[in-house]
Ligand binder design. Sequence first.
Ligand code: FES
Length: 105
Amino acid sequence: MAELVIVDRDGKEHPVEGRLGVSVMETLREVDFGVAAICGGMCSCATCHVYVDEAWVERLPPRQGDEQELLQELGSFRPATSRLSCQVPFTEALAGLKVAVAPDE
Ligand code: FES
């Protein structure tokens, strides 16, 4: 386990224990801050959209084509910080990662 800091839609921070070896989405789905993750991580629903804290953006693996395309369709897309949390593996190296839950669309 390693800490994952989740910022809810009201801007409140919640440090939680993140599950290692699975995507960030898996932890977000277990806590109840509005991440539906309807497609279960298949990169097809965008309901796992988060904004990654700017201090962490460069430490994540880059977006792949499918993720990029899906994100760009969202009105809430922010080019610098938007990610689909199902496409971000959570590892020890990311202990302390901070993500904000994006608005519901
Ligand atoms: S869970 Fe559906 S795109 Fe991430």
